[in-house]
Design a protein around this ligand. Structure first.
Ligand code: SF4
Length: 157
């Protein structure tokens, strides 16, 4: 998997102060996509073990208390990203107690493959659905168009 941006401190993408990773790779081709440069899974930088270590370290940094991790893109559930995202989230679950995970995807919850479901099982809140330009509403929190849903999957607060 490749990634485009990592923000160690982010107050925009999800509730509270967070760490946010924007991954490469997306097959949805939404009209009006704000992030077309991420579509190519070969774009950006390699997401390696050291990057994973950095995210875990940041989430556990007591100097800047982060509520959790946000995963966006691109699409974290792009098929080529699943193994790396699953490995990252397994580490977050094991090594970062109390941190929540938000994920943005262009897929819809009902249509996920078994492999995608296995990754989403490690997520607390899923924001799903393609960006629909005619439903774009800048007043919406944490989503770009009104068809997209903020779906709480766990009780973590
Ligand atoms: S899912 Fe997101 S990154 Fe992918 S095409 Fe749609 S808006 Fe762009």
């Amino acid at each position: 998997m490749n990634y485009h941006q990592y923000y160690p401190i982010d107050v925009i993408n999800g509730p509270g102060t967070r760490a946010t990773l924007f991954v490469a790779g997306c097959e949805h081709q939404c009209r009006g996509c704000y992030n077309q440069s991420t579509w190519d899974p070969r774009s950006g930088h390699l997401f390696d073990e050291a990057m994973m270590d950095t995210i875990i370290k940041d989430l556990n940094d007591t100097r800047v208390k982060r509520k959790g991790l946000s995963l966006s893109g691109g699409d974290p559930l792009f098929p080529g990203n699943l193994s790396a995202i699953k490995a990252l989230l397994e580490r977050v679950r094991a090594q970062c107690p109390g941190k929540d995970v938000w994920m943005w995807t262009g897929y819809t919850l009902e249509n996920l493959s078994p492999e995608q479901r296995a990754v989403v099982a490690l997520v607390d809140t899923l924001v799903d659905g393609k960006f629909e330009q005619q439903l774009h509403d800048p007043s919406l929190a944490f989503r770009g168009s009104s068809n997209q849903r903020i779906i709480p999957l766990t009780q973590v607060e």
